[in-house]
Design a protein around this ligand. Structure first.
Ligand code: NAD
Ligand code: UGA
Length: 458
């Protein structure tokens, strides 16, 4: 049967087939078989990969849902104008990285991809549509989008709705299927409220109404930046305390447990670590800092900037500790990074602390080896400029052979279950183990013979 718009109640298109667009639309397609969902992208290779079983991103459970929906009501395409024109609702899920040039360089969001998308929508549309901001954007972006979209001479109207995404990588499918909340912000005009309700009706297919929050469009845009800033702030807070623990004999895990039991604080996001990574925390806080600075709110900007400063400090502190406990020289020592992804259960390496650690180790002239079950491909791309100064080894046992030190960078379950006695025996002595994620039982590791150092423990 030829699949046309007529067979479906609604046609949803998503521009951007990345870590957000891909999983989000796949779950919408799965939960709403009555809608036709198409994901488009300018990256032809990515779209081609979405059509195979070797998806462009690794996300637990994603392939199963893609297989259930692909070519039934979920489609991937590079014919962007055609898909835009047929759509009733267009989600915009393009990347919004930190600007690397000009005004706001290093802090502001680079909105060029978003703007191009807006112009593409205007050019390709012959009818009115709802445009959904799925990308994370600076507050008041909807105003700029409306200006571009509604300055068309075709007499068609676009309503812009903000619907930020809160999924975390590694748990994206679970987060999308069972979200804590869905936030939908719109203009509070008659057509704005109507557009908001249209989107509410999409989510109502599987999300209970009390979890679908409605707000004005600016609150929705800003809530996304604030949510990420608060999450990252908790990590920087506990990481700052980990430094104090290492000097005093207090154990940061025991502190997390003690404070997390207070229901006003809660126990999530209190794991001290090598630092937070990922494509968004740093970018979104920098954006918040830039917006605050632009509005003359210098104290606000400085407050949030410190969350990032503590994160940088944490990465540097980790390497400094390695240096100090390996007799102040790492030159020609073989150091193996266990994990390169920014967190477990993803192959994503954007802003991973392991990247900065690897660079600092190279500056100390160490021989760096990297192992990771899902992120080696990205690691090789990220560190390409260092050529064969870095070795990539799939098998952690193989990687650890003749090493002077292991540094755990990612909390993969795999690294909790290895035979560390076997690893110890294959290493040079003294064998050092630096647990940047606090995932191993330090007493047991010490008992084997390792010289061991854990984040937040003396
Ligand atoms: P991504 O880089 O994985 O995907 C973005 C995609 O957009 C790319 O495939 C790119 O080719 C495509 N694109 C760019 N310009 C385009 C254009 N003009 N036309 C068509 N396609 C275009 O990025 P991502 O991680 O999916 O993030 C997207 C947005 O979602 C960002 O604003 C990010 O802050 C936000 N976000 C990300 C996450 C996450 O976990 N990664 C979570 C919540 C929100
Ligand atoms: C984060 C947010 O959790 C999502 O809600 C948000 O949608 C997303 O950013 C986004 O906007 O991109 P994500 O970056 O995928 O999701 O992953 P997190 O689980 O938040 O972890 C981020 C970083 O913090 C990782 O490097 C992780 O290892 C680290 N982390 C997390 C800690 O160091 N300690 C913790 O207790 C928790």
């Amino acid at each position: 049967m030829r699949i046309t718009k007529l067979n479906f109640e609604k046609k949803i298109v998503c521009i951007g087939a990345g870590y957000v667009g891909g999983p989000t639309m796949t779950v919408i397609a799965d939960k709403c078989p009555q809608y036709k969902v198409t994901i488009v992208d300018i990256n032809e290779e990515k779209i081609a990969a979405w059509k195979t079983d070797d998806l462009p991103i690794y996300e637990p459970g994603l392939l199963e849902v893609v297989k259930r929906t692909r070519d039934k009501n979920l489609f991937f395409s590079i014919d962007i104008p055609k898909e835009i024109n047929e759509a009733d609702i267009i989600f915009v899920s393009v990347n919004t990285p930190t600007k690397t040039f000009g005004e706001g360089k290093g802090k502001a969001s680079d909105l060029q991809y978003l703007e191009k998308t807006a112009h593409a929508i205007v050019a390709a549309s012959d009818s009115s549509k709802i445009i959904v901001e799925k990308s994370t954007l600076p507050v008041r972006t909807a105003e700029a989008l409306e200006k571009i979209l509604n300055s068309n001479a075709k007499g068609i109207r676009f309503d812009v709705v903000s619907n930020p995404e809160f999924l975390a990588e590694g748990t994206a499918i679970r987060d999308l299927e069972n979200p804590d909340r869905v936030l939908i912000g719109s203009r509070e005009t008659e057509s704005g409220l109507k557009a908001r309700q249209t989107l509410v009706d999409v989510y109502k297919n599987w999300v209970p109404d009390e979890r679908i929050m409605r707000s004005n469009v600016w609150s929705s845009e800003l809530s996304k930046l604030v949510a990420n800033a608060f999450l990252a702030q908790r990590i920087s807070s506990i990481n700052s305390i980990s430094a104090l623990c290492e000097k005093t004999g207090a154990d940061v895990k025991e502190i997390s447990r003690a404070i997390g039991a207070d229901s006003r604080i809660g126990n999530k996001f209190l794991n001290a670590s090598i630092g937070f990574g990922g494509s968004c925390f740093k970018k979104d806080i920098l954006n918040l800092v830039y917006i605050s600075e632009s509005l003359g709110l210098i104290e606000v900007a400085e407050y949030w900037e410190n969350v990032i400063k503590i994160n940088d400090y944490q990465e540097k502190r980790f390497v400094k500790r390695m240096l100090e406990t390996m007799f102040n020289t790492l030159a020609n020592k073989k150091i193996v990074l266990f994990g390169f992804a920014f967190k477990a259960d993803t192959g994503d390496t954007r802003e991973t602390p392991a990247y900065y650690v690897a660079k600092m180790l190279l500056e100390e002239h160490a021989n760096v080896f990297i192992t990771d079950p899902k992120a080696l491909k990205n690691a090789k791309i990220d560190l390409a400029e260092y050529g064969d100064r870095i070795q990539y080894v799939e098998d952690p046992y193989e990687a650890a052979k003749d090493a002077d030190a292991i540094a755990i960078m990612t909390e993969w379950n795999l690294y909790k279950e290895l035979d560390y006695k076997k690893i110890y025996e294959s290493m040079r002595k003294p064998a050092h183990l630096y647990d940047g994620r606090s995932i191993l039982n330090q007493a047991e590791i010490k008992e084997i013979g390792f010289d061991t150092h854990t984040i937040g423990k003396q």
